[in-house]
Design a protein around this ligand. Structure first.
Ligand code: PPS
Length: 290
């Protein structure tokens, strides 16, 4: 593993030493009490987290973009595993939206007996790998990689923040039969944003008019969202602007892995996928189409 000093390990899962704090995560796991009206955007990193945060925020503001334009996403939907994000929450009685990348076995236990709702967004892991490599190499808090091959190996072995994609998805998927868990994919957001937004509204019990739904869609489009995040200097520290512009809203497409993987890497990846996802319903995800 390159740059292993940038990791800390919690119950065997690599996290980032710069932003994560083991004591905080343990405390959250044991003591954080979800309320029934809470909603959590849950993803493995680079699966469309910010896209879903944006959509969720817009649904809560009935399509009005004022909130997403003026308040940073980490304040609207704080990351449960980031202590500073959660310290903000303490001062706000009406905070009910959260984000997390935590694997199921590290998540606050209270979720599993509460009515709080999870929106889980999954994405083709080959596209996640490509997106993650670009992201990592622009921020010093992440391990950086000199070659695609090294990152490819570390990704497949789970030597990356939040561990193996395969473990993450297999840990959360059993929840999909529960009524407080909605499984979505980045690809379905691409294929039919309107249907997916309506599905999320129904899951959350939110009734939006046709006009409000249209506004959610318009404001969650790649270009408009990019402007919301990046044109407001209050939302992003100046020194991060250039990097974020390049990587947070990088390409926003399905199937970019085809521009990066060699044929051998594709075969290696497919073989591991078949082995590690054995027994899972192969129709759950549309990866074959992209
Ligand atoms: S993070 O850092 O883990 O929270 O990153 P995350 O937000 O999960 O994923 C970033 C990728 O999501 C793409 N993205 C979008 N695609 C399409 N439409 C919209 N509106 C959108 N918003 C974010 C973003 O471009 C990253 O993917 P790549 O493949 O790198 O472009």
């Amino acid at each position: 593993m390159e740059n292993s000093n940038k990791f800390l390990f919690f119950k065997g899962v690599p996290l980032l030493s710069h932003i994560h704090d083991v004591e905080h995560i343990q405390r959250m796991q044991d003591e954080f009490e979800f309320q029934d009206e809470d909603v959590i955007v849950m993803t493995y990193p680079k699966s469309g987290t910010h896209w879903m945060i944006h959509i969720l925020s817009l649904i809560y503001s009935k399509g009005d973009p004022t909130w997403v334009k003026s308040v940073p996403y980490w304040e609207r939907c704080p990351w449960i595993e980031i202590k500073t994000n959660m310290e903000n929450v303490k001062n706000k009685a009406n905070s009910h939206l959260f984000t997390s990348h935590l694997p199921a076995h590290l998540f606050p236990k209270s979720y599993f007996t509460s009515k709080a709702k999870i929106l889980y967004v999954a994405r083709n892991p080959k596209d996640i790998l490509v997106s993650a490599l670009h992201f990592r190499n622009h921020f010093p808090i992440f391990p950086s990689y000199s070659t695609f091959e090294h990152f490819f190996e570390d990704f497949l072995q789970g030597n990356v923040p939040f561990g193996s994609w395969f473990d993450h998805i297999k840990g959360w998927l059993p929840m999909r039969h529960s009524e407080n868990f909605l499984l979505l994919t980045y690809e379905e957001l691409h294929q039919n944003l309107k249907v997916t937004v309506e599905k999320v509204c129904q899951f959350l019990g939110k009734e939006l008019s046709e006009e409000e739904i249209n506004s959610v869609m318009e404001n969650a489009s790649f270009q408009v969202m990019k402007n919301h995040i990046l044109e407001n200097k209050e939302l992003v520290p100046a020194e991060d602007m250039k990097s974020l512009k390049i990587v947070l809203m990088r390409k926003g497409i399905c199937g970019d892995w085809k521009n990066h993987f060699t044929v051998t890497q594709m075969e290696t990846f497919n073989k591991q996928y078949q082995e590690k996802m054995k027994g899972m319903d192969q129709n759950l995800f549309p990866w074959d189409q992209c």
